[in-house]
Each structure stands twice: as structure tokens, then as C-alpha cells.
Ligand binder design. Structure first.
Ligand SMILES: [Zn+2]
Length: 402
């Protein structure tokens, strides 16, 4: 007997109200007691079509403006290619379209992390400064395409100095370092995160007061097979190229440990570990923060992780309130990544997560949770911590006034 027909049979027994009701009652109750045709499931439902709506009646707060002025430390208003190779930046949005949005949200400044280098960096700084020099800050990126050249360590350090002179406020490393960059750029062995050739670069950034924003590794599930046990199955099925399972990829642990060796080797340099480093393992991240006083973390694209462990996350914010930075990883054209689409809705979700104690709400402006099938809980942070996380911690690292 198939599952469906067995249920129909049990329901009909319940309707009959005969001696077998002892068996039938729980099933009849589950189906609303009616057993009418409308209560039957409509055949098999594909996972991708499943969009359950929560039946919880709990308070829901719309937070239209951040309670205190904020710096969005992690945005991508422009970029110049995975290896930073493009001569001209690609702008994802017109600065003039971005400004009114952040003004309404009480976001005082945005850090455009992917500013590139050389000519592309100069153009990025010029365009964004012309729009609003106070609100748009730009970081530079390493000149990866020259990594195999003999004088690269010295050259790269000089580029950091030059970038500072043309207006870059910090240095950004994408996960390219560790996961994409190879000895011959796209071929050969992967270049390690703690490769000695970058040592002069880290030092130069520290010496010039440029914080280093570093994205290392990715969610833990991206290193596991894309199978029925993978909690990001839908996300990885839609983007199999995001998987770092197999081939010659290092493990998640190896990547973070290599980055930690860099942080340890350059104590004068301030590192901002993007995406909370490993947001699935706050105990591990806490060990890093305890060990390295020059390490900070940023929360962009990880409120889905933080918000599903609200008690651990709240303790984490209490303990490291001076070293956590607000950021969204906003991309104005980010259709592939709904958790990052720049706009009012995105900011309101972050504010709700940080400021309210709302329960079980969506962490992304999307019909289905895009990074895993769960919902999140607000942290209800006190004002002193909100001020630090929204503004003060980033302002201190960027050398901005209060
Ligand atoms: Zn990013």
C-alpha cells in the first residue's frame, strides 16, 4: 500500500467513526480532521518549488533607519576582474543612485572594497570622489597577474604605497588568494595564503595605516560533496562552480590557519576578517580573536549564520564588541546572490537582526532562503554595542572622526 492510499484509507476509517478510530485519530487530526479532497497533497513537490510560509504570530519590526550612523565596511560598487586584471573598473551602479538610498538608511559611508589597482584604482577613486568624497571610500587590491615575476614582493609593496597616495584607504584580498590564484595566474599550483612573497605587502599596508580586509575560504558546506546531506544543497546546485570540494583545493581549516599565520607575522597590520571568517564556528573564531589583537571581523553575508545561533552570536557580540564591523557585501547587480542585493530591503534586514529581538524571519530579500533553508532571530543589541559595531570600530580602523 502506498503512503497516499494508506492515508486515504485511514481518513475514511476516521470519518466512519467505527472501532478502528484508535488507529485513525492521530492521522485524521493531522489532516485537519476533514479528510476532504482539498487536504490531499498534490503529488510530489520538487524541493525548488517549496516555499513554506511561517504560521508563527510573533512581533515583527520594520527598522527603516539604523539607530546610529553606520559605515558599511563591505560593498562592491565596482570591480576589475577576479585577478584585478581589468584596466577600467566596471561600476555596478551609478553613485548618484546609491547616495539617496544610504541617506535614507542612515549609512554615513560605504567602503568599496574591490577598487582594483593601477589605472582602474585611480579611475574608481576619481569617479566616487567626484560623487561624494566623504561617503565613498575605496580599497585597493593586489596586482596578482605579476605574482610570478622575480621582483613581485618589492613591486607589490610599492603599489600599496602608490595606492595610498592616489586615495586608497585600505587593502582588500578576495578569496582569490588561496582558492583561485595559481603560480601562472590560472595554471599551476595554488598560491598559498601565507606565501612569503606577500610579506612586504602586508607590512606596507600596516605601516601606512591601511586596514587589510581579507576574505579567506568560504562556508564550510562549500568544501563538502553536493549531496542530500549538504545544508547548502540548493545554493550549490544552482552554482556548482562555488564548490571547493575535491581537486587540489585546501581544506577550510588549512585556509584559515594560513591566514592566521599571516596575521601573527604582521602584528602592526590591522586585519579585518570578512564574513566573520568561519561564521559556523564562533568558538573557533573566538580563539583567533583572543590570540591576535590585530584581528577584527566583519559580518557581511553571514547574518544567516549568526542569526540561526542567536544566543552564541549574542555572547560573541558582547565579548568582541570592539572588534566587530558592520558590513553587507552589497552588490547593486547581485541577482545571483539575493542575500547581497544592494537596496533598502537589504539594510532593513541587517538592522532588524542587530537591533530587534524579532524571531524567525528571512535573512535575505528572497522568496526562499538562498543560503540554506532556515530563518533567523534578532540579537537585540544594546545601544553601546550598536554604536561600536555600526560605526566606531570601522571609523577607528579607517582613521575617521567620531
Ligand atoms: Zn564581498
Amino acid at each position: 500500500m502506498g503512503c497516499l492510499s494508506r492515508r486515504r484509507w485511514l481518513a475514511s476509517v476516521a470519518l466512519g467513526g467505527l472501532g478502528r478510530a484508535v488507529v485513525a485519530r492521530p492521522v485524521a487530526r493531522r489532516e485537519g480532521g476533514g479528510g476532504a479532497a482539498g487536504a490531499q497533497p498534490q503529488g510530489k513537490l520538487a524541493l525548488e518549488d517549496y516555499e513554506p510560509k511561517s504560521m508563527l504570530h510573533v512581533p515583527a519590526h520594520k527598522v527603516e533607519r539604523a539607530r546610529f550612523p553606520a559605515i558599511d565596511f563591505h560593498t562592491h560598487l565596482s570591480w576589475s576582474g577576479r585577478f584585478g586584471e581589468a584596466e577600467h573598473p566596471h561600476f555596478n551602479a551609478k553613485p548618484g543612485d546609491v547616495l539617496p538610498v544610504i541617506a535614507r538608511k542612515n549609512v554615513r559611508a560605504m567602503v568599496n572594497l574591490t577598487g582594483g589597482y593601477g589605472k582602474a584604482l585611480e579611475e574608481t577613486v576619481r569617479v566616487l570622489r567626484a560623487a561624494d568624497a566623504e561617503r565613498f571610500l575605496v580599497f585597493t587590491e593586489p596586482w596578482y597577474t605579476r605574482v610570478a615575476e622575480a621582483d613581485y614582493p618589492r613591486f607589490q609593496a610599492e603599489q600599496i604605497a602608490r595606492a595610498r597616495e592616489v586615495g586608497a584607504r585600505g587593502l582588500k584580498l578576495t578569496k582569490t588568494l588561496g582558492l583561485y590564484l595559481r603560480e601562472r595566474v590560472q595554471e599551476g599550483a595554488l598560491v598559498k595564503v601565507d606565501d612569503r612573497r606577500f610579506d612586504p605587502m602586508w607590512e606596507e599596508a600596516g605601516g601606512r595605516g591601511m586596514p587589510v580586509a581579507v576574505h579567506t575560504s568560504d562556508p564550510e558546506a562549500f568544501f563538502l560533496p553536493i549531496d542530500r546531506f549538504n545544508e547548502r544543497y540548493e545554493e550549490l546546485s544552482a552554482h556548482p562552480d562555488w564548490s571547493f570540494h575535491g581537486r587540489d583545493y585546501p581544506t577550510n581549516r588549512e585556509l584559515h590557519e594560513a591566514r592566521n599565520r599571516v596575521v601573527a607575522r604582521h602584528p602592526r597590520t590591522q586585519f579585518v576578517v570578512l564574513h566573520v571568517g568561519d561564521a559556523e564556528d564562533l568558538n573557533w573564531v573566538s580563539e583567533w580573536l583572543d590570540r591576535y589583537p590585530n584581528m577584527h571581523v566583519e559580518i557581511g553575508a553571514r547574518i544567516g549564520e549568526l542569526g540561526r545561533q542567536p544566543r552564541a552570536a549574542r555572547r560573541f557580540f558582547d565579548r568582541y564588541q570592539d572588534r566587530i564591523l558592520f558590513g553587507t557585501d552589497a552588490v547593486p547587480e547581485g541577482r545571483e546572490t539575493p542575500q547581497q542585493i544592494f537596496g533598502e530591503e537589504l539594510y532593513e534586514i541587517y538592522f532588524r537582526f542587530l537591533e530587534t529581538e524579532d524571531e524567525y524571519f528571512d535573512y535575505a530579500p528572497a522568496p526562499k532562503p538562498p543560503q540554506g533553508r532556515w530563518r533567523i532571530y534578532g540579537l537585540g543589541l544594546p545601544e553601546t554595542i550598536l554604536k561600536k559595531v555600526y560605526y566606531e570600530n570601522a571609523a577607528r580602523l579607517l582613521g575617521l572622526g567620531a
